[in-house]
Ligand binder design. Structure first.
Ligand code: UTP
Length: 235
């Protein structure tokens, strides 16, 4: 029996600059549509969410309202995936875990963006994976995995092939700065996500979704060496 999976697609992967990357979204949906092992897809907010959040900040709006803006945009992104998947997906972006519980009975791919303020769509992906008893959570982002420092700023950054929960926790603590929990500024793996990971014992792989070849390899059962695997339940 194949593994049951949840996929998170980072908002950065849906756009090229500030243009919607329709070719990429179509390709992603074509890869997912025929499969019966994908329980849910969680979409991030990407650059559009950040632009809207930035505008609200200029208005002096509080962080919770900025988060809500990020959530609305991530749900718009979810709608792109829903339409791309056609009949394979449940037709609405789900807004709560209760919606998820009811609509999982339709046995369609469930697609969602954010749920509530104070967290990232990575946290949503973990909450959904835990709730649906997924075997694996695949987190697609715009870098090759988790690095010892920001690979976009430091060319000598090295990728971790595997991390235990404790190692991940130490990395999050080391890299935390004042703006870590500001709307639109959550990192690939944030503190809320870590707490859910710790209690859920989920298997998580974080990898690049830039050209989708890595996703295809993983789905075809050849995940070796791809991204960073977080070893859940291990210290
Ligand atoms: P993300 O920051 O998770 O999406 O959500 P992203 O931009 O795709 O991130 P990457 O590409 O994975 O790095 C966008 C914003 O929406 C709000 C937060 O402000 C978040 O930064 N959000 C999202 C919430 O407040 N709650 C949620 O449940 C999800």
């Amino acid at each position: 029996m194949s593994l049951k999976r949840v996929i998170k697609i980072g908002g950065s992967l849906l756009f090229e600059g500030d243009k919607i990357n329709s070719t990429k979204i179509k390709k992603f949906c074509e890869l997912i549509r025929p499969r019966d092992d994908i329980l849910a897809i969680v979409c991030g907010g990407g650059i559009i969410a950040r632009k809207y959040i930035q505008t609200l900040r200029e208005f002096g709006v509080n962080e919770s309202k900025c988060d809500m803006m990020g959530i609305y945009i991530s749900r718009l992104n979810a709608r792109l995936i829903i339409e791309g998947l056609g009949n394979a997906s449940f037709p609405m972006a789900l807004k709560t875990i209760e919606d998820l519980a009811k609509n999982m009975l339709f046995k369609k791919i469930l697609v969602l963006g954010g749920l509530q303020p104070g967290q990232s769509t990575t946290s949503v992906a973990l909450e959904v994976s835990e709730f649906l008893n997924a075997d694996e959570l695949l987190i697609m982002t715009d870098v090759e995995g988790i690095f010892n420092k920001d690979p976009k700023k430091f060319p000598d950054a090295t990728k971790f092939d595997e991390l235990t929960e404790i190692q991940l926790q130490n990395l999050i603590l080391e890299s935390s700065s004042n703006n870590q929990a500001a709307a639109g500024e959550y990192r690939i793996f944030d503190a809320v996500s870590l707490q859910i990971l710790k209690r859920s014992n989920l298997n998580v792989r974080i990898f690049s979704g830039k050209d989708l070849t890595q996703l295809k390899k993983i789905l075809d059962g050849n995940p070796s060496g791809i991204g960073t695997v977080i070893k859940s339940g291990q210290n």
